[in-house]
Design a protein around this ligand. Structure first.
Ligand code: NAD
Length: 509
């Protein structure tokens, strides 16, 4: 396998790497240890950025912006196109590292790299389509239009569960918009971030892209706080828990900066009596156990019509019996580990809470032990009968726990679906057109994503991705999500010989 990491891996000082010319390292002696949840092995120690490293990175990024913003957008798109080609070359290596460091299946690791490639392609096209509108002025011999300018430094704070794709959804779009990026990856997955920076280095160097267009800082919460409190950072795009989003959102608002928040979900599927159950079952199982329940779009609640409740429950229980739990790099396995033992503890705490709140397990939970499970991070996907209003159901437990509940009328089902603090992804399985349209209508799902006859997880990059309420309201990736990375300017030009004022106001001198 070709190396996608700056070698030697052990003891790399990436702290403030701006990527293309040098791997900047200064005074840091603190390290993050990266363990694989697949086998519990220590993969590497990565130095964290100090405050002075951080300041140097931001200054370098600010200087780079002065130049980068003047590059024509299609030329910036050409840089992103070349980056996409690099990710095509290193797809297997990076996908394997994602799988090993984060614990998702190899297929999903490769899928994540494919998302980077796809967003690169999308961003290249976008670089020629950063359209503004023209308006008809009410004044004669006047032209009015709007244009979009880049914001400056964009801080990207990412979560462990999509360790590389989330960065690319932000960075590739921000770059074609003319912004420069400073990425703080999750402290749980520092190596995949280093690998991405390494993969794009040649493109940056060969094209003489200004030093500082792509920056990487490493650290945990404190390092993220530097970004959210720093007025030099125009936009902070933060992906992670609602707890983190509340802290980042208020810190950025305090200094009147901009934030784009992509936070937790509590996603439900409604299974109607008019559903094609044969397609609903695989969608539910993939949605609930894929990435071991550690997707923001994971299916956490199942709202089933009472007439088919027993049948769906039994078919799911049978499907769960066939799931193979094990090393994510082995393609025969369906379910890999949780990210770390702390995540296992929250899974177990939720299981206790479900029992104490009156829940009944249809498929039993537990930690998997024995040969091949030495990391202690493997848990059994489980299903519990529960009620929507229970505190444990109302919050997101980042693990493969699926709650099932019954409904009688569609209004009731939509009420249950919407009756949680989060608003990311939702779906209905029905072949009844009236039900589907009602679910998608103004009185239907209140989520950022609402699907019919597909599950809650697995969004495509072409659509705007994000959710409402405690999910944060941000939109990333496709559609016109690029507008969040730019500032709008309205321009009026008078090409006449008089000065008519708006609203017919007279001001004679
Ligand atoms: P987390 O909130 O623990 O950490 C996410 C990132 O925020 C990390 O880089 C962390 O260092 C940083 N951080 C934490 N506290 C901070 C603070 N006060 N200020 C600045 N930065 C801070 O989340 P996690 O455990 O890595 O990821 C799982 C969560 O992410 C889940 O809730 C999941 O739903 C959510 N998520 C959401 C989306 C989405 O698009 N909506 C996508 C992926 C993950």
């Amino acid at each position: 396998m070709q190396s996608i990491l700056p070698l030697p891996v052990q003891g790399i000082k990436p702290g403030t790497s701006t990527g293309q010319i040098f791997w900047h390292n200064e005074s840091s002696e603190r390290t993050i240890e990266s363990y694989s949840p697949a086998d519990g092995q220590l993969i590497a120690r990565v130095y964290t950025s100090t405050r002075s490293d951080y300041d140097k990175v931001i200054e370098t990024a600010q200087a780079a912006f002065q130049d980068w913003r003047r590059w024509p957008a299609p030329k910036r798109g050409e840089i992103v196109r070349q980056m996409g080609d690099q990710f095509r070359i290193y797809k297997k290596e990076l996908g394997t590292l994602v799988s090993y460091e984060m614990g998702k299946s190899l297929q999903e690791g490769l899928g994540e790299v494919q998302e980077i490639i796809d967003i690169c392609d999308f961003a290249v096209g976008l670089s020629r389509q950063l359209y503004g509108l023209t308006m008809h002025s009410e004044r004669p011999s006047h032209r009015m239009y709007e244009q979009w300018h880049p914001l400056g430094v964009v801080g990207i704070i990412s979560a462990f569960n999509f360790p590389v794709a989330v960065w690319s959804w932000n960075a590739m779009i921000a770059w074609v918009c003319g912004d420069v990026c400073v990425w703080k990856p999750s402290e749980k997955t520092p190596l995949t971030a280093l690998a991405c920076q390494q993969i794009i280095q040649d493109v940056l160097r060969n094209n003489e892209v200004p030093e500082g267009v792509s920056c990487l800082i490493s650290g945990s919460r404190e390092t993220g706080e530097w970004l959210s409190r720093d007025p030099r950072v125009a936009l902070v795009s933060a992906t992670g828990s609602t707890r983190m989003g509340k802290a980042v959102g208020s810190a950025v608002a305090e200094r009147m900066g901009r934030s784009l928040l992509e936070l937790g979900g509590n996603n439900a599927i409604i299974v109607s009596q008019h559903a094609d159950i044969d397609i609903a079952i695989p969608a539910i199982v993939f949605g609930a156990v894929g990435t071991a329940g550690q997707r923001c779009t994971t299916t956490r609640r199942l709202i089933i019509h009472e007439s088919i409740y027993e049948e769906v429950k039994q078919r799911l229980a049978r499907a769960y019996q066939q799931l193979r739990i094990g090393n994510p790099l082995d393609e025969v396995n369906h379910v890999g580990p949780l990210i770390d033992q702390q995540a296992v503890q929250s899974y177990l705490a939720a299981v206790d809470e479900i029992r104490s709140q009156g829940g009944r397990f249809v498929v039993q939970p537990g930690v998997v032990e024995g040969d091949g499970f030495e990391s202690g991070c493997y848990v059994k996907p489980c299903i519990a009968e529960a009620e929507n209003h229970w505190p444990v159901v109302q919050r997101e437990t980042f693990a493969p726990i699926l709650y099932v509940m019954k409904y009688r009328t569609l209004e009731e089902a939509i009420g249950l679906q919407n009756g949680v603090p989060q608003g990311l992804s939702s779906s209905i399985f029905t072949l009844n057109m009236r039900e589907a349209e009602q679910f998608l209508s103004v009185a239907g799902s209140d989520c950022g994503i609402a699907n019919v006859n597909i599950g809650t997880s697995g969004a495509e990059i072409g659509g705007a991705f994000g959710g409402e309420k405690e999910t944060g309201g941000g939109r990333e990736s496709g559609s016109d999500a690029w507008k969040a990375y730019m500032r709008r300017q309205t321009n009026t030009i008078n090409y006449g010989t008089t000065l008519p004022l708006a609203q017919g106001i007279k001001f004679d001198l």
